[in-house]
Structures are given as structure tokens and as C-alpha cells.
Design a protein around this ligand. Structure first.
Ligand code: HEC
Ligand code: HEC
Length: 320
């Protein structure tokens, strides 16, 4: 027995040393540096370019949904809206705090080059060459729309707001060390796309700007990978008191959420805003979609292959 205990403690001791070395290694190396292609995108002072950027940031791109300290609530409660960062995102492996996007030189993007901003949007690489934890999905946004977005960010009022550093636990550090990498666009992004009401432009809005695809497609909870047909709904998020499941946006006669809607119904639905107060869908931002963009989205969803997928939008948690 004594022998066994001795042997056991030897093995255990060796294992503890190996694990400690591994943890020290993760701790020392989790901040990886990455190089990605140069986008060459430069900000402009042209007022039309800036106006386009404001439209994307405040509307379809819903940047302030994450980069304002309390997300959508700042608008709902009448607090002055600002892209000053500090919105907390709680993950199983730590807390993230979104960066300050105002042009303050010490705490915001004032000191970042155009290239640093453009590649954060295109390749998910941070100003300090680290990979961003991928919350953003604008990799296929056109060059000219990225230019508009960064041109607009340069014009907003600088606000000094030092945001807390992300705080990751050891699992988070392992994720950062071994899994998180720059994201390369799946399709070659366009240099420029002229807005119109076509389904093709609607597809661009739904995938490269508004990220409808990210929520209205079922995904693996752990990896975030798409596991359902695109836009067929089924992705679940928990809220107070229940679970939201995203509706099916494909034109399936039986299970499509919008299949019976006319283009004007679709527009009215977006103008009305959120019905469920807890919904994760950024309705406040999307309320600012132009009529033409809403038409393009409508035609795009109706041009999709119908996929049968019945979903229940909100289910209250069973009291147990
Ligand atoms: C769903 C939430 C979300 C939305 C929407 C979002 N962001 Fe972010 N953004 C983040 C998070 C989280 C980080 C930091 C991730 C990290 O620290 O790894 C970030 C980082 C950034 C950075 C990197 C800053 C740096 O330090 O290099 C830029 C630039 C940026 N976002 C711009 C934008 C713009 C522009 C939009 C809108 C077109 C936008 N974001 C929309 C969550 C979001
Ligand atoms: C962050 C997740 C998220 C994003 C992004 C998102 N949605 Fe949703 N959407 C939901 C959820 C959850 C619901 C169900 C609850 C609700 O109606 O608010 C929903 C509901 C809907 C509905 C049904 C409304 C009704 O009254 O039946 C439509 C239409 C819709 N979304 C379209 C879109 C479009 C178009 C986009 C992109 C511009 C988009 N969604 C982006 C999560 C999202």
C-alpha cells in the first residue's frame, strides 16, 4: 500500500509539473501576433462618404449595439448615445469589454491608423496585431463601405473613456492561444457595391453588413459554426424568463415567418421596432434601414430556396 501511495504521488507530482509548465506556457504566449494582407483602405473627408458611414454605423451595421456602454438601452432610456465602449460581454471563459471607437487619442481610436481600423473590420485583427475574439462579421463588407465607416468614426466627438481590459480565465487564454485567429473573408469582398433594391444587394446587407445570417441560422453553441440552412432560423438565445428562437426567413409556405408578408408589411415591421423587450435582435438600429434597403432584404429572403423549419419565437422557461 505504501509503495502504491509513493508511486501514485510520484506520477501525480510529475503530472502536476507538466500541467504547471503547460499553464505557464499558455500564460506567457496567449497574446499571439498576426500578420494579414494590407487592405489599403483610407479614410476620406468627403461628406457623402461620411454620411454613408454614419448610416451604416448607426443603422444596418449596428456598431453601437456593442460599442455603446449599455448597448441598445442607451437609446431606449434616452441616455446620450456614444460609441465610447465598455459594453460588457460575459462569456463562459471571461469578460470582454468593447473598445472605445471615438477618436480620443489616449483611450479611443485617435492614435490608430486607417489600416488598423480597416483590418479590424476585414480580418478581425486588433490594432496591436492580436486576433479579435470574433464578435464582428463584416469581413465581406465592400472596401468603399469600410472606408465610409472609418471616415465617419474619425468625425465623431472624441470622448476620454478608459475601458477595462478583457479579463480571461485560463480556458479563455487557451482559446486565445490555440483557437482564435484572424478571420479571412469566405468570398472576395467587392471594391464597391452600388445600393439598389435587388435581391443581390439584399444578400449583401443580410450577410456582410447587418449580420442577419449570424442569428437567423442555427449554429453550434460551442464553436459558432453554422449547422442549419442559412436564414432558416432555429438559433436559440436565453433571456430572462425564457428562450428566444430565431424565426425562419426563407419563403417556406408552412414555416416561413415572412412568407405571407407584402413588401410594405416588411417595412412596417421594421419601423415598429421590438415587440419583445428582451429580444437580442437590434431592432433600434435596424429601424434606421432605408426603405430601399428593406425592399432589397425582402426580395432577397423571398429569392431563397424554401426550407421547412418550424420555430417557436419565445418559450417561457418551465418553472421547476
Ligand atoms: C456584436 C458586438 C459587436 C458589434 C455589433 C460591433 N463590434 Fe466592434 N468589437 C466588438 C468586440 C467584443 C471587440 C473586441 C474584441 C476583443 O477584444 O477581442 C470589438 C473590436 C472592434 C475594433 C478593434 C479596436 C482595436 O483595438 O483595434 C474595431 C475597430 C471595431 N470593433 C469596430 C466596429 C465597427 C465599425 C462596428 C460596426 C460596423 C462594430 N465594431 C460592431 C464587438 C462588436
Ligand atoms: C442578434 C440576433 C439577431 C440579429 C442580428 C437579427 N435578428 Fe431578426 N430576430 C432575432 C430574434 C431572436 C427574433 C425573434 C424575436 C423578435 O421578434 O424580436 C427575430 C425576429 C425577426 C423577424 C420576425 C419579426 C416578427 O414580428 O415576426 C424578422 C422579420 C427578422 N428578425 C429579420 C431580421 C433581419 C432582416 C435581420 C438583419 C438585418 C435580423 N433579423 C438580424 C434575432 C436576430
Amino acid at each position: 500500500m505504501k509503495k502504491f501511495v509513493r508511486r501514485f504521488s510520484k506520477v501525480f507530482g510529475a503530472l502536476a509539473i507538466v500541467i504547471s509548465i503547460f499553464l505557464i506556457y499558455v500564460q506567457a504566449t496567449y497574446k499571439q501576433q498576426f500578420e494579414v494582407p494590407v487592405t489599403g483602405i483610407k479614410a476620406s473627408k468627403d461628406s457623402a462618404v461620411i454620411a454613408r458611414g454614419e448610416y451604416i454605423v448607426m443603422g444596418p451595421g449596428h456598431c453601437w449595439n456593442c460599442h455603446a456602454p449599455d448597448g441598445e438601452t442607451s437609446l431606449q432610456t434616452g441616455t446620450k448615445l456614444g460609441l465610447i465602449g465598455g459594453h460588457e460581454l460575459k462569456l463562459p471563459f471571461g469578460e470582454l469589454y468593447t473598445p472605445n471607437l471615438t477618436p480620443d487619442t489616449l483611450t479611443g481610436i485617435g492614435g490608430f491608423s486607417d489600416e488598423m481600423l480597416a483590418r479590424a473590420i476585414r480580418y478581425s485583427v486588433k490594432h496591436d496585431n492580436a486576433a479579435l475574439i470574433p464578435f464582428m462579421s463584416y469581413n465581406t463588407m465592400s472596401d468603399s463601405d469600410i472606408r465610409s465607416v472609418i471616415s465617419y468614426l474619425r468625425t465623431i466627438k472624441p470622448v476620454r473613456n478608459k475601458v477595462k481590459e478583457n479579463s480571461l480565465n485560463i480556458v479563455g487564454k487557451m482559446v486565445l492561444r490555440f483557437i482564435i485567429k484572424p478571420v479571412y473573408p469566405e468570398t472576395t469582398p467587392k471594391t464597391h457595391l452600388e445600393p439598389d433594391t435587388s435581391a443581390a444587394y439584399g444578400q449583401y446587407l443580410a450577410t456582410s453588413v447587418g449580420n442577419c445570417v449570424g442569428c437567423h441560422t442555427n449554429r453550434d453553441k460551442n464553436t459558432g459554426d453554422f449547422i442549419g440552412a442559412k436564414f432558416a432560423g432555429g438559433y436559440q438565445t436565453n433571456a430572462k424568463g425564457g428562450t428566444f428562437t430565431t424565426p425562419n426567413l426563407t419563403p417556406d409556405e408552412k414555416t416561413g415567418a415572412i412568407v405571407k408578408w407584402k413588401p410594405t408589411d416588411f417595412t412596417h415591421r421594421f419601423r415598429a421596432g421590438a415587440i419583445y423587450s428582451e429580444t437580442p435582435m437590434p431592432w433600434k438600429a435596424y429601424q434606421r434601414f432605408s426603405d430601399n434597403d428593406l425592399k432589397a432584404l425582402y426580395y432577397f429572403f423571398n429569392s431563397l430556396e424554401p426550407v421547412q423549419n418550424k420555430t417557436v419565437t419565445f418559450q417561457t422557461a418551465r418553472a421547476e
